[in-house]
Design a protein around this ligand. Structure first.
Ligand SMILES: NC(=O)c1ccc[n+]([C@@H]2O[C@H](COP(=O)([O-])OP(=O)(O)OC[C@H]3O[C@@H](n4cnc5c(N)ncnc54)[C@H](OP(=O)(O)O)[C@@H]3O)[C@@H](O)[C@H]2O)c1
Length: 277
């Protein structure tokens, strides 16, 4: 029987998940499908009831449903509960399970891009305090980093996130971000700034130490102005597309029982799609 999977959101036309999962289904010769489905907020509970009843093997959940989905699944992983959001759902024994794979995706890509990074990273600077910052702060804390500094335009949001995730996260003022560059071994942009259609990220990299890792999770464009400038100053750069690819792996493994690989060929397909955008 065809294993049917989905990505739900509202709107959903922009999602690149079908490209990723479709390529893996074809590569492994599986009897499966992965569709984009527009589900309005008022229809989420009814849609998930259909998943629970067996219409689908599972799928991904994106904006604006991630928080509501956490309340509607039967079992949430520890990570999803800590994130307050679910991005991956699967059916097991008639029950709906939910996980959040953003932290794992971020770390998997960082591990592949800069092997052994955790041996020399003591201080991380995270720009932003939204959903992605929460996942990355959580993931970096789990890896045992000594100091994780959050800066965000809305200061209260950074303070709340630092409090929620606990030590070693600390919140500092958005205006301090330029000076904090010199203290960081790893800098992560999790704001929407620098993304196509958004204002640029203003971050003075004059104090950047050569060898500092600069990771921008924005992936449209593939190469952001932040990454260009960081590389020019001797930084080690990591782009956002790898996170998107790696966060998809755990879901596919649950739905199809096969662990897919993030290959250069798959990455090239996504790059071509982004360049067309
Ligand atoms: N590579 C990946 O796999 C991946 C995964 C998830 C997200 N992302 C990307 O990460 C970004 C954030 O996603 P999210 O889910 O965390 O979104 P979110 O929860 O809406 O958070 C948005 C963040 O951007 C900040 N921001 C937005 N406009 C700003 C501005 N003009 N000036 C200063 N700060 C601004 C917000 O600050 P305030 O709190 O002050 O509003 C907040 O910290 C998006 O670009 C998204 O595409 C990439």
């Amino acid at each position: 029987m065809t294993r049917r999977c989905f990505v739900i959101g509202h709107p959903i036309g922009h999602s690149r998940s079908p490209l990723i999962h479709g390529a893996w289904i074809a590569e492994h010769g599986l009897d499966g499908s992965y569709d984009r489905i527009d589900v309005a907020p008022g229809e989420l509970a009814a849609f998930l009831a259909r998943v629970r009843a067996g219409d689908y093997a599972g799928g991904n959940v994106t904006v604006p449903h991630k928080e509501a989905a956490l309340r509607l699944v039967d079992e949430a992983s520890e990570t999803a509960s800590a994130m307050g959001a679910v991005n991956t759902i699967w059916r097991e024994g008639g029950r709906l399970h939910g996980d959040n794979t953003d932290a794992a995706g971020f770390l998997a890509h960082l591990d592949m891009s800069v092997p052994g990074w955790a041996d020399h990273v003591r201080t991380a600077l995270i720009l932003g305090a939204g959903g992605a910052a929460r996942a990355i702060g959580y993931g970096l804390k789990a890896r045992g980093l000594g100091r994780i500094i959050l800066v965000n335009r809305s200061a209260a949001r950074a303070r709340e996130l630092a409090l929620a995730l606990g030590s070693p996260l600390e919140a500092r003022d958005w205006s301090e971000r330029h000076d904090l560059v010199a203290e960081a071994d790893l800098i992560v942009n999790t704001t929407a700034l620098g993304m196509k259609g958004q204002p640029p990220l203003e971050l003075d990299l004059a104090g950047l130490r050569p060898g500092t890792i600069v990771d921008d999770i924005v992936y449209v464009p593939l190469r952001t102005a932040l990454l260009d400038e960081a590389e020019r100053r001797g930084g080690v750069i990591v782009d956002g597309l790898g996170m998107l690819l790696h966060q998809a792996v755990p879901g596919f493994t649950r739905w199809f029982g096969v662990t897919p690989a993030v290959t250069p060929a798959l990455r090239a397909r996504l790059e071509a799609d982004i360049l067309r955008a």
